[in-house]
Design a protein around this ligand. Sequence first.
Ligand code: NAD
Ligand code: AHE
Ligand code: ZN
Length: 369
Amino acid sequence: MDVRAAVAYEAGKPLVIETVQLEGPKAGEVLVEIKATGICHTDKYTLSGADPEGLFPAILGHEGAGIVVDVGPGVTSLKKGDHVIPLYTPECRQCKSCLSRKTNLCTSIRATQGKGLMPDGSSRFSIGGKPILHYMGCSTFSNYTVLPEIALAKIREDAPFDKVCYIGCGVTTGLGAVIYTAKVEPGANVVVFGLGGIGLNVIQGARIAGADMIVGVDLNPEREALARKFGLTHFVNPKDVGADLVPHLVELTKGGADYSFECIGNTDVMRQALECCHRGWGVSVVIGVAAAGKEISTRPFQLVTGRVWKGSAFGGARGRTDVPRIVDWYMDGKINIDDLITHILPLEKINDGFDLMTRGESIRSVVVY
Ligand code: NAD
Ligand code: AHE
Ligand code: ZN
């Protein structure tokens, strides 16, 4: 079938709206009509050329929601008409990782997904017979896409697509990092670096977990007011404290953070996030994705004296199990998504969404088909 998609032909170049040919679902696959998709910083990162797994030409986008249109042979858990959220972290419930119960990083299709291909090693997208690659197994910058059954969370039908698409990445990543990865407890002191689409969800996660002090660190002063609405108690602009940021945060939290979260993708900030943690027990969670070639460093003494450095992908959430629950939290008014969706755009304006993010003017832009 012919579909409408934003194609990333080359790193660093704007997306091009094209008519693309999409093959139907093969065994174990599902055809989904995407109704809405968020634009995440990771799409910008890959488009920039800094992602070692960034391949072109491709159809980016990994934060969508839509409706099942057709299923391939052998699909049992989904049927035409089901409402779904695509999962860049699938949940096969059979691989070593899923069965371990120690991680959400299902490994069953990761190798082909990282090459921009479906599990059988081919692409379903093409233009004039030339293959166009998938992205993060999702390619939600297309009004129709094909995914493996294990990479779709079935959600309730009354949930609005233009809001719950954000649960496909940003909401789950931020909330999950607090709840599933760090397991923040009531009364904890939390420091969040970067108050964008991810960091603001970390803040609301920390509030829900019952944190006492929720400190936000951002270079953009405009982020403070919105963050306060989500539970922020203290705002720090690094420009105001300069080289003294770490001691300032340690003093503010009366000895250091119980938990810190890096939501930027800056390796210097990752170090600050670790070092502002409390001696003996502070846990720092890396969420931000850093460019190819970047490395983190600190004095090993920081770890010897009890600070813990860990990371979180998709918030540690098991997509098919946890995503439908997070949709329920939104529908029950337990989490706020509406105030984070600052812009709604048609597909033709998708490049404006990237520009708004670059200029720090949006939290989430959502493309509605
Ligand atoms: P965003 O652009 O919306 O937000 C980034 C924020 O960081 C902005 O508010 C910006 O002003 C602030 N900032 C930038 N440099 C700073 C600095 N040096 N000090 C303090 N603040 C600074 O991005 P986002 O969508 O929230 O994504 C954040 C990061 O998380 C990205 O690296 C993205 O790729 C990554 N991410 C990771 C996962 C995961 O599963 N681990 C999932 C989604 C996104
Ligand atoms: N290809 C990138 C990795 C990027 C990355 O870390 N992705 C996160 C999700 S970001 C969503 O916005 C993730 O889930 N990682 C686990 C995985 O298996 O990819 C690079 O830098 O190499
Ligand atoms: Zn994302």
